[in-house]
Design a protein around this ligand. Structure first.
Ligand code: SF4
Ligand code: SF4
Length: 97
C-alpha cells in the first residue's frame, strides 16, 4: 500500500521556495517606505528570510514577501525606526459593536 504525504517537508537543499507558507500567520508585516533607512537589521533577523532590502523607484527599502511571511513580528520588534507595522489579516478581523 502506498501512502502519499503531501506536506511541506524540505528534503533537498534550495527547495523551500516551492512551499508557500504565508497563509499560516494571523498577521502580515508592512514596511513604511518613508521611514525605512535600509539598515538591513530586519533582513538579518527574519527567521524565514522573507524580508529583503531592494531598490524600489530609486530608493533602497525593505520589502516583505507575503508568500512566506508567517507574521511572527520579529522584524517589527527589531526595527529601531518604527518602519514595520503588523496588521491583522482580513480573515481574522471581527467587528465589535
Ligand atoms: S530594520 Fe527597519 S529601517 Fe532597517 S531595513 Fe528593516 S524596515 Fe528598514
Ligand atoms: S513577520 Fe516574521 S516572517 Fe514576516 S517578515 Fe517579519 S520576521 Fe519575517
Amino acid at each position: 500500500m502506498k501512502i502519499r504525504l503531501n506536506i511541506g517537508a524540505i528534503s533537498e537543499p534550495l527547495q523551500s521556495e516551492q512551499f508557500k507558507t504565508g497563509d499560516w500567520g494571523t498577521e502580515w508585516s508592512f514596511v513604511d517606505r518613508e521611514k525605512c533607512t535600509a539598515c538591513r537589521v530586519c533582513e538579518q533577523f527574519c527567521p524565514d528570510g522573507c524580508i529583503e532590502v531592494k531598490e524600489i523607484e530609486g530608493k533602497e527599502v525593505a520589502v516583505v514577501d507575503h508568500n512566506y511571511c508567517k507574521g511572527c513580528g520579529v522584524c517589527a520588534s527589531v526595527c529601531r525606526y518604527g518602519a514595520i507595522k503588523m496588521e491583522l489579516k482580513e480573515l481574522f478581523k471581527v467587528d465589535v459593536c
